[in-house]
Design a protein around this ligand. Structure first.
Ligand code: HEM
Length: 422
């Protein structure tokens, strides 16, 4: 596999005029962040291998929820350490400014004052290219406690993440007043952005948990759908992010959701940190693996079908002979009575940490779902999945529920303004 990224960067830095990009119109029609790409952009695996690619952070919705997949991500949860509403306002203003700054290309001037710490980490040198960076801010249930007088503004479905039957939740991996999702196409880009935000906000909040995510950097067997650590294509059944009407139906809070007015344009975020027992999985016969998902491992096709995108035709399989009733796919989305029973859109990443005390690899999935109704979305879907055979191989240990703040627009000129101003 050719490494386009290195070549593209060198090429583009040597030819600054190539930074003048073309607009991909996906964004405008969706009321979301627009995406700018240089001519050398190459879409692969739904990820774009171009360090100069920018994703506009402005719009009715925050970027990072339905923007195209990226290869790298960091999820961090924070607790707020200040106690006054005005300080919370200041924090969200600072974060908004940092996002504006981090998501545009720029050349830094080299500071000469050696008595002061440098203004930024220096880890990306002098020429900063955004690398499709998105920084997405969401707030947890705990932000609406007595501290900031926001309890009557809480999104109606926002609750602390409960323990589901197969969970072994570890407190140090759960919850937080704020979640930040960093996405970009290289590891150094997301780390740079995280360090920048932490260094500008450490008077206001402290990180409580952090996990790094990744997707394959290549198309696997010419399929554009990412493959997870179980070796299965993950994302096939996701509604297309280019379908604006579907995104309003599934993801974005609109008037139809009867939420507090400030919530319009936002979305509920469910993050689940799910450990895999890969050693056990790798000893499991292929037939069992495929029946557990309801799809073939290599093609991604529904059982009995040929191609990944083929309709599973569950109505022609009323007794579950082909796609088992307890398969992940049939439980997640039984397609009765309508196609979109699972009212959510997934944006998950794989993770790889260290070695567990048992000697097993600590690897798995950062499952992330966005939806405009947490109950009809994640919670109902998870309840249908409870007890699925796949549970033998998976153990959720952390995560949380959050509400993604609406995006930055003219009348909402910093994240959370409508929540905090009135
Ligand atoms: C270990 C955790 C999980 C793994 C490895 C996993 C993997 C998969 C795979 C391979 C598919 C089939 C391909 C696709 O449509 O994307 C799938 C489908 C799906 N999963 Fe998961 N998933 C996990 C957890 C969850 C959770 C926690 C939920 C929600 C509560 C969920 C909801 C869905 C939905 C809605 C579908 C689409 C079903 C369809 O359209 O047929 N998954 N998942």
């Amino acid at each position: 596999m050719q490494n386009d990224r290195t070549n593209t960067q060198t090429d583009t830095l040597a030819n600054p005029q190539r930074r003048q990009g073309m607009k991909i119109l996906l964004a405008g029609s969706l009321g979301m962040a627009s995406i700018t790409s240089s001519q050398s952009a190459k879409a692969s695996n739904n990820c774009i291998h171009d360090y100069n690619q920018t994703v506009d952070y402005q719009g009715l919705h925050q970027a990072g929820v339905i923007t195209p997949d990226t290869k790298e991500a960091i999820f961090v949860a924070f607790n707020i350490t200040v106690t006054q509403k005005i300080q919370l306002q200041k924090l969200l203003q600072i974060i908004s400014q940092r996002i504006a700054n981090l998501t545009r290309p720029q050349t830094l001037s080299i500071g000469k004052n050696d008595q002061l710490p440098p203004a930024e980490s220096g880890m990306l040198g002098q020429h900063l290219s955004p690398d499709s960076l998105t920084v997405t801010i969401a707030v947890g249930h705990s932000l609406f406690d007595q501290r900031f007088g926001l309890s009557d503004k809480k999104p109606s479905k926002l609750i602390p993440m409960p323990r589901f039957p197969n969970d072994r939740l570890q407190k140090q991996w759960c919850g937080g007043d704020l979640s930040i999702q960093f996405c970009a196409n290289s590891r150094e880009s997301v780390i740079y952005a995280l360090r920048d935000i932490i260094s500008h906000t450490n008077k206001y909040m402290i990180p409580i948990w952090k996990i790094d995510g990744f997707l394959p950097a290549r198309d696997i067997d010419n399929h554009t759908t990412a493959v997870n650590l179980f070796g299965f294509k993950d994302g096939t059944g996701n509604a297309a992010n280019t379908d604006a009407a579907k995104m309003d139906e599934l993801v974005w809070v609109t008037k139809a959701n009867h939420e507090p007015a400030w919530c319009i344009g936002g979305s509920y975020q469910a993050i689940r940190l799910i450990r895999f027992n890969l050693e056990f999985w790798d000893r499991t016969p292929l037939e069992d693996q495929e029946n557990d998902f309801g799809r073939y491992k290599h093609s991604g096709a529904p059982m009995g079908m040929k191609h990944e995108m083929d309709d599973p035709q569950m109505n022609k399989d009323p007794h579950g002979d082909r796609i088992l009733f307890d398969s992940h796919m049939r439980r997640a989305e039984p397609r009765i009575p309508e196609r979109h029973v699972a009212k959510l859109r997934r944006r998950s990443f794989s993770y790889s940490l260290g070695v567990l005390p048992s000697g097993q690899m600590d690897m798995g999935l950062i499952f992330v779902a966005y939806q405009n109704d947490l109950k009809k979305g994640f919670i109902d879907t998870q309840n249908r999945l409870n007890g699925e055979p796949l549970e033998r191989y998976i153990k959720p240990f952390g995560g949380g529920f959050y509400f993604v703040l609406p995006g930055i627009t003219k009348d909402n000129n910093y994240l959370g303004k409508k929540l905090l101003d009135t």
